[in-house]
Design a protein around this ligand. Structure first.
Ligand code: ADP
Length: 582
């Protein structure tokens, strides 16, 4: 059996480009895109992508060139996920909420040859290009403006216009052959929540396999109606840009994720699926109109969804699947696979189980939690903490132009996520914190996510985040930032009383700060570094500085260990264990 060779009949390169070719053949007349009053079918979308790819080639875009795009979830953004790799190029979808300086840095670092800009983003792109040219002295990419396909604005910017490229392109263009599935398909910059943004490179193979495992992980059947409430620039829409084509589904594109637009789209187009960060739950929950006309499946992740919010959403009729992931893992890496036997549990208990991050997606060879020093797996006891590590075909190729950071991330044959977690007895992983967010108080590790989960249980709390605040005696202590329901009049003492009834004493926040809204990134993560900077200012007087320094040293030593959680937390772990056994 050893001498059987690979040939074109039995071995082809894995690439998501096969999804659109198949969609055009199998689902030709089914709707591919709905955007305001614009409608496309799969045969039209394929045709438009072929034309666009041929235009890119005639603009001298060659294999492995980077094509950057700055656009919200409009049809062009979707089409580029196929057209750019069809031209052999690499798609760089830029976070639309970055400032001009960051965008310029990405254009420079990625060495973008083409830059496509949505009409709404022109002022920001203009600023970025000025910085690129004047401050960074970098060559300018060729600029293409994307006018609104449904209601053209007439805004022009740069040399070319998107629809013109499509009109001029060749509809018979044959996609550039993927010679090697390991070739790059996308370059996504991390949002830099914890460190400077890095350019994460995906291969065709990784993108293909991740898409397949997400379709299975979410049980997405054929003909889903998928609303784009998740920015497509975020890990290529957690691979569903490619995945909706694979399932012959419909992409409902929306410019803004307002409650009105989302509820309207759900009612008008019969949306069946949507992805979003848990922060979008608040938008959906706080809206005046909150009626669901049909059940909607939500895949949530990107930040921890508090059990209390999951419960409220399920009461509204949304069916939620929880996943955990990172840019480096091509989006979701763990999914909280639901067990039928949990259906009999009360909603509150189901929500607690669902708030766990779960088990590795099928593309991963393994997902584990390891002690950072010994690199041994932690016991499955739901309390011993370690770093979440992953390995498998959905992990990035590496960081663009950064071999040192790549080698560090891949130490010992695993991808180290920088997230601290535990493994429950049933094998489900639960994240406890980002390693940089763990609060060390008097030498004890306090996980901010646990405190936030408690705060979200308060009926008037809308958003909550807990960060470290300097403390004269304990080195650090928890400081809670919350936004509360308008008109609820919730006070600090009320919140603290609630915490006292639900938390071990050493975990109690020492201060509660009320904000109208907590600062967030474009991908819906609360910007803890901003809150930390604020908490830093709640400084203690100078004579406390020395003990504080000592405590900080203690913190540095301690952070590497992630010791078992304190006994007081045992109750919670036992509860999860008992529930998961059901
Ligand atoms: P950045 O790291 O720049 O914010 P990512 O989108 O890659 O960009 O963020 C990945 C991080 O988001 C993870 O390392 C983890 O800390 C957090 N995260 C993602 N999904 C979840 C989840 N379901 N629960 C808790 N945290 C999550």
């Amino acid at each position: 059996m050893d001498n059987m060779g690979k040939c074109d009949a039995n071995y082809t390169q894995l690439t998501p480009l096969t999804f659109i070719k198949r969609a055009a053949a199998v689902y030709a007349d089914r709707p591919s895109i709905i955007y305001q009053s614009t409608r496309f079918t799969w045969s039209q979308t394929y045709n438009r992508c072929r034309r666009l790819a041929s235009s890119f080639r005639s603009l001298n875009i060659v294999n492995n060139d980077v094509v950057s795009v700055l656009a919200p979830n409009v049809p062009a953004m979707y089409e580029m996920h196929f057209a750019v790799p069809m031209a052999g190029a690499v798609l760089n979808a830029i976070n639309t909420r970055l400032d001009a300086k960051n965008i310029a840095t990405i254009l420079q670092h990625s060495e973008a040859k083409l830059f496509l800009v949505d009409c709404q983003m022109v002022p920001l792109a203009h600023e970025a290009l000025k910085i690129l040219l004047k401050e960074l002295s970098s060559p300018m990419p060729l600029v293409v403006v994307i006018d609104d396909v449904d209601s053209p604005t007439g805004i022009r910017f740069g040399e070319l216009e998107y629809e013109q490229l499509i009109r001029k392109g060749n509809p018979q263009f044959v996609a550039t052959e993927v010679i090697n599935e390991w070739d790059p398909i996308a370059l996504n910059y991390t949002s830099g929540t914890t460190s400077a943004p890095k350019g994460v490179v995906y291969s065709h193979r990784g993108a293909f396999l991740s898409t397949m495992s997400m379709l299975l992980g979410w049980n997405m059947g054929t003909e889903p109606v998928h609303m784009w409430s998740l920015p497509m620039f975020h890990c290529n829409g957690w691979t569903f840009t490619w995945g909706v084509a694979a399932r012959g589904g419909t992409n409902v594109c929306i410019r803004n994720t307002t409650a009105e637009e989302m509820y309207n789209s759900i009612a008008l187009h019969g949306v069946t699926h949507m992805c979003c960060a848990p922060i979008v739950f608040n938008i959906l929950l706080e809206a005046e109109r909150r009626k669901l006309t049909s059940p909607v499946q939500i895949l949530t992740g990107g930040a921890p969804p508090p059990a209390a919010l999951l419960e409220k959403m399920e009461r509204l009729g949304f069916k939620i699947v929880h996943a955990y992931g990172l840019t480096e893992a091509t989006g979701p890496a763990l999914v909280c696979e639901w067990r039928d036997q949990w259906d009999v549990l009360a909603l509150e208990e189901r929500s607690k189980l669902k708030a766990r991050q779960g088990v590795g997606v099928l593309t991963l060879e393994d997902a584990d939690v390891k002690d950072m020093v010994t690199m041994r797996s932690v016991p499955r006891d739901g309390k011993t903490m370690g770093e979440i590590v992953l390995r498998g075909s959905s992990i990035m190729k590496g960081y663009f132009k950064d071999p040192a950071a790549t080698a560090k991330a891949f130490k010992g044959g695993w991808f180290w996520t920088g997230d601290v977690g535990v493994v429950h007895q049933d094998g489900y992983i639960e994240i406890k914190d980002r390693s940089k967010d763990v609060i060390i108080s008097g030498g004890e590790n306090i996980c901010s996510i646990e405190l936030e989960n408690v705060l979200y249980g308060h009926p008037n709390v809308v958003e909550a985040a807990v960060v470290a605040m300097p403390h004269p005696k304990w080195g650090e202590s928890p400081c809670a930032f919350v936004s509360v329901k308008k008109g609820s009049g919730a006070s600090e003492s009320e919140i603290l009383d609630y915490c006292r009834n639900n938390l071990a004493g050493f975990m109690m926040p020492k201060k509660v700060v009320f904000m109208e809204e907590l600062p967030k990134t474009a991908t819906g993560k609360i910007q803890k570094f901003e809150l930390r900077a604020m908490a830093e200012k709640f400084k203690i007087s100078d004579h406390h500085q020395q003990p504080q320094k000592q405590q900080q040293q203690q913190k540095k030593n301690k952070k590497k260990e992630y010791p078992a959680a304190r006994k007081e937390e045992q109750g919670h772990h036992d509860q999860i264990l008992a529930l998961s056994r059901l």
